[in-house]
Design a binder for this molecule. Structure first.
Ligand SMILES: [Zn+2]
Length: 389
């Protein structure tokens, strides 16, 4: 006997009237069973190749408020493509962080998870850590790093969705702390602008400064952690920032018989290589920040208050884009960010083979949706009817 979710008729096994139907969909099969006997069938479904779209917070907050018809319509179109197993719009740890700035965060998060049908990217710190460990490995062994889309998502996305959307665990970071941290950070950033305007650096020099600052951050946070440990402060094992583990991971890739100091020197050496600078998160963040600086030098964001307003989500936007865009077929972001990442200094679309959409090319996004829809084969259409009606 099975718990039949969708009755399709009489049981071919025991003949019970209106007792037979779909139990659930798993991977590439519909499982059918009977509510009265043990008779069951498996119906195979065709192979899938879903497109991946990243929706940043700007889309979700507009679609959720539902006060702009454009967003409501796009959200409907997206749900239809995801229900048709042609598209996935995974949510991320950055959505959770950013959503927790909201008063109605529980509802907004529910909306985001519902839209994503439970598909979730790996947390941002995992992606960053994995990229850097891969880059370090490639540098040590003189290999190239190949970015695989599947690396960013734990689940196999090219499967037929089951009937029950999987919910993911609760959120346990302090909301006010996260909010305050980001507000302070933006004010700090904007306070640098007058100083930037006196700078005579070119873009490449600024990009290099970003790489150096990031390298210093990784090394210093490891050194702080290590000094705490050797001074006997073992709580460092539990309360050190995740960032301190990056260097530790690299050290563990080196031969155990090497002295700690020599291994650390090797890691420090890595942080001034192309391989470090080309790790996608590192590459994109440095390009975006150096481009922002270039725009400031050229005269943008003169007024502190309006800069604060325009850039309030800047750190999150940079995190969303630099962490997840390289793993997607397309990304939807807000127009000021689109302006930055569309410049040749970043050139996100071509550099990482991802379509970039915003309010400024909304029509192109709708056309892309139509193209995906048009790709549906008859076999796929029939399978949808078998699995979900
Ligand atoms: Zn039966």
């Amino acid at each position: 006997m099975a718990l039949v979710s969708r009755i399709i008729g009489d049981c071919p096994g025991c003949g019970a009237k209106q007792a037979f139907g779909n139990v659930n969909v798993y991977s590439r099969y519909v499982y059918r069973g009977c509510g009265r006997c043990r008779y069951n069938e498996q119906v195979p479904l065709p192979e899938l190749k879903k497109k991946v779209l990243y929706l940043d917070q700007f889309f979700f907050s507009h679609a959720f408020r539902a006060n702009d018809q454009k967003f409501v319509d796009a959200a409907k179109h997206i749900s239809s493509l995801t229900a048709n197993q042609q598209l996935v719009v995974p949510f991320s740890s950055i959505h959770e962080d950013e959503t927790h700035m909201w008063e109605r965060y529980a509802e907004l998060m529910e909306f985001i998870k519902h839209t994503s049908r439970g598909y979730e990217f790996k947390p941002a710190y995992c992606i960053e850590g994995d990229q850097l460990q891969d880059a370090f490995h490639a540098w040590l062994h003189n290999e190239r790093v190949e970015l695989q889309k599947a690396d960013a998502i734990d689940d196999d996305i090219d499967v037929w969705d089951g009937y029950y959307r999987i919910d993911v665990g609760g959120y346990n970071r302090d909301r006010d702390l996260v909010r305050k941290g980001k507000t302070d950070a933006i004010e700090g950033l904007i306070d640098l602008f007058p100083h930037w305007r006196n700078s005579t650096n070119n873009f490449e020099q600024d990009k290099m400064l970003e790489h150096e600052a990031a390298a210093k951050g990784y090394i210093n946070s490891y050194v702080t952690y290590f000094m705490r440990l050797i001074s006997g402060d073992y709580s460092a094992l539990v309360d050190s920032p995740i960032m301190s583990q990056i260097v530790e991971g690299m050290l563990s890739q080196l031969p155990k018989e090497m002295e700690h100091k020599a291994r650390l020197q090797r890691v420090v050496e890595f942080f001034s290589t192309e391989q470090f600078r080309e790790a996608p998160v590192q590459d994109l963040k440095s390009r975006i920040f150096a481009t922002l600086k270039m725009l400031v030098v050229q005269g943008a964001y003169q007024n502190r208050d309006s800069a604060l307003k325009k850039l309030s989500g800047f750190y999150y936007d940079v995190d969303h884009i630099s962490t997840y865009a390289p793993y997607c077929d397309a990304i939807l972001i807000d127009a000021p960010m689109h302006e930055i990442v569309g410049r040749q200094q970043v050139n996100l679309g071509e550099r990482y083979g991802v379509k970039v959409f915003s309010r400024s090319n909304w029509e192109q996004m709708l056309t892309w949706f139509d193209e995906i829809e048009a790709e549906m084969t008859d076999e796929h259409r029939q399978a949808l009817a078998v699995a979900y009606t």
